[in-house]
Write a protein that binds this ligand. Structure first.
Ligand code: PEP
Ligand code: MN
Length: 334
């Protein structure tokens, strides 16, 4: 249930209403907008008399929200959330590009790619240290050493870093990672979601391979229900019947999610297509569709990459794409 307050309600009256609602065994999420304050009621709202609240002097209207996701729901929080990573803002028109290799492979590889993507205008450096590979015989990532190399590349370039955590036991290693990625395969690892929900740092949550948007948002809700509201959603392609591309990029999800949630939404055209030459057109399509950013795999030597070389852009291709993205962004801003 949401309670929309009238404009310019005195703070004291608002607090009285909140304590009254809490006294009825519900939790209240306050969303303070420029023009409106919305109280989101979480819990068993059948205990509350809607008509009684609606009749209160400070209340403009009351609506019952039937969606199972509350905190990430735009009805609870009408204004876009902006996630901040240092000086970087993501969401509400602030476009952010995360780029780097699928996996951190060596010091020279990650620092070389980091300098290249920075020069091309990337905002964050991505690099997997713990890799969720389909086969146990494939390269599993450099793990803690990979994170150390990634941090060295951050120091060398000033780019904040984003890296995937695959399990709760590894979380302590991520204290100093700027954005923690929860990968597609872990989108419904509820214990991991709850654990990162207890942290106070941005979480990049990728959509599962075969998950609906409702399930995706409920996973975001798991993180937010623990108090961490800094969640960035990432559409990275889903499984369909076609196998020419690695996955099928669900671009409509960007627009649908925009209606359903206030959280920033970015797109991963690399895992969505699996083919480097399809990455620039899909990246541009995502920007044109109004995504809040992109996460793109870039490798200095894709032919010899230990993971996902076929979908990795070379630094010069990434640079060319950044130039084209700038033009697309100018058009949609006009
Ligand atoms: C990745 O970003 O390297 C990755 C494994 O992505 P996903 O979880 O979307 O497959
Ligand atoms: Mn990858």
């Amino acid at each position: 249930m949401i309670v929309v307050l009238k404009q310019n309600v005195p703070g004291e009256k608002r607090e009285q209403l909140i304590s009254w609602i809490e006294g009825n065994g519900l939790r209240v999420h306050v969303s303070e907008g420029e023009f409106q304050t919305v109280l989101g009621l979480i819990g068993d709202t059948t205990r509350i008399d809607m008509d009684l609240i609606e009749s209160m002097e400070i209340v403009e209207r009351v609506n019952r929200i039937t969606d199972p996701f509350k905190r990430c729901n735009r009805k609870f929080h009408p204004e876009d959330t902006i996630v901040t990573v240092g000086d970087i803002r993501i969401g509400h028109g602030n476009f952010c590009v995360m780029a780097g290799p699928c996996s951190v492979e060596s010091e020279s590889q990650i620092t070389e790619v980091a300098h290249a993507v920075k020069a091309a205008g990337a905002d964050l450096l991505r690099g997997g240290a713990f890799k969720p590979r389909t086969s146990p015989y494939d390269f599993q990532g450099l793990k803690a050493d990979g994170l150390t190399l990634l941090k060295a590349a951050r120091k060398a370039t000033g780019l904040p870093i984003v890296s995937e955590c695959m399990g709760i036991t590894d979380l302590p290693l991520f204290e100093d990672v700027d954005v923690i990625q929860i990968g597609a395969r872990n989108m419904q690892n509820f214990e991991l979601l709850k654990a990162v929900g207890k942290m106070r740092k941005p979480i990049l949550l990728k959509r599962g391979l075969a998950n609906t948007l409702k399930e995706f948002l409920l996973s975001a809700e798991y993180i937010m229900s623990e108090g961490n509201e800094q969640v960035i959603l990432c559409e990275r392609g889903i499984r369909t019947f076609d196998d020419y591309t690695r996955n099928t990029l669900d671009l409509a999800a960007v627009s649908m999610l925009r209606e359903l949630t206030h959280l920033p939404i970015i797109v991963d055209p690399s895992h969505a297509t699996g083919i480097a030459r399809l990455v620039p057109p899909m990246a541009m399509a995502a920007a044109a569709a109004g995504a809040d950013g992109l996460i793109i795999e870039v490798h200095n030597d894709p032919l010899h990459a230990l993971c996902d070389g076929a979908q990795s852009l070379k630094p010069e291709e990434f640079e060319a794409l950044m130039g084209r993205l700038k033009k697309i962004r100018e058009i949609i801003a006009a």
